[in-house]
Design a protein around this ligand. Sequence first.
Ligand SMILES: Cc1ncc(COP(=O)(O)O)c(C=O)c1O
Length: 405
Amino acid sequence: MTVWQEDAARDLVLNVGDRLALLTRGEGSHVWDADEKRYLDFLAGIAVNSLGHAHPAFVEAVSQQAATLTHVSNYFATPPQLELAARLKRLAGAGIDGRAYFSNSGAEANEAAFKLARLHGGSERPRILALENAFHGRTMGSLAMTAKAAMRAPFEPMPGGVEHIAATIEALESAMDDRVAAIIVEPIQGEAGVVELPDGYLAAARSLTLKHGALLIIDEIQTGAGRTGEWFGYNHEGITPDAITLAKGIGGGFPIGALVTFGAASSLFTPGSHGSTFGGNPLGTAVANAVLTEIENAGLVENAARRGVQLRGVIEGLESPLIDEVRGRGLLIGVGLTAPVAGEVVAAAQQRGLIVNAANPTTVRIAPALTIGDAEIEEFQTLFTAALTEVQASSAASENEKVSL
Ligand SMILES: Cc1ncc(COP(=O)(O)O)c(C=O)c1O
């Protein structure tokens, strides 16, 4: 073990396994470790660093705002906070009635969404529907909406009322009734392995929730801020939800989350019903304004769409026997493998200087900065091909060994 590994093993809480490297700096789509080894970062902090690392617009916003006003309290408004609320309402199409609540993370945005559902449902509507394989966060309310039993079991009992249903229109039709307060869905289930909803699902969810008087809440924490080639995942289906939750990409690396409400759902929170000391502070909101402005001005939503198609083409063109299918949209891509070797592929990639992630044993997740161009895609192609070839060769060798035994 190196010194930093010993430090990590001794001092960091044991909620994750061994850390993969000691990263010390980043620039654009690259990061460097303490030994000055360079990595192409095609994970971007799990769909967070929309502008890549150390983007001048990000650096300028942090420095400027830190030197101006960092934190007040929610007793006061600040110009960056008001600007961000108006910007998110405009980008989300939340209309004049829309409102924004600011948090510091995705899970906290979903906690606010959970409370919104309760406020809407009251005692008449105790049911909240979420999807099988959903991931909505690790705090107790967001965990209750997260599906994975292994994540939930040690912390039971969960806050009540949440039911997980299959991600099919038929399952939703049969689950819906007038006792449902809300349904929460991710347009693409990122943590589950970049799994898309069936075509027409969001439109069906919209009409069923309207029919039964329930809220449609869309978790855009991983899919929002342009990642899928539209500002938000629901834009691909042209629907209007009652609320969306945001985090990750809107801050480009600064911790900030938001709940944006639409129409009547905007009147549910009343004074004293929710809050956060740090949420909506001028520093975080100024950075999010700068990140979203850059995404808009530099055409990065369009770039995510275009580069996403290009990247998929490259991956499909690799013709590796390990690749089964390519899923996702824009720059949120899941490479489905023919064998449960995603961990090996990720490790081989890292060894060669490429950061990607194993969302599950058969899926490599790719979520680079929205700024990538030809150079990054070419570098990715070289490194990913080499990683796949290595894993393919070692799988073939161990198959041969089994045969000869
Ligand atoms: C769809 C979705 N919701 C919620 C979360 C939780 O966000 P955070 O880790 O910022 O609490 C995540 C994080 O991966 C996510 O992908």
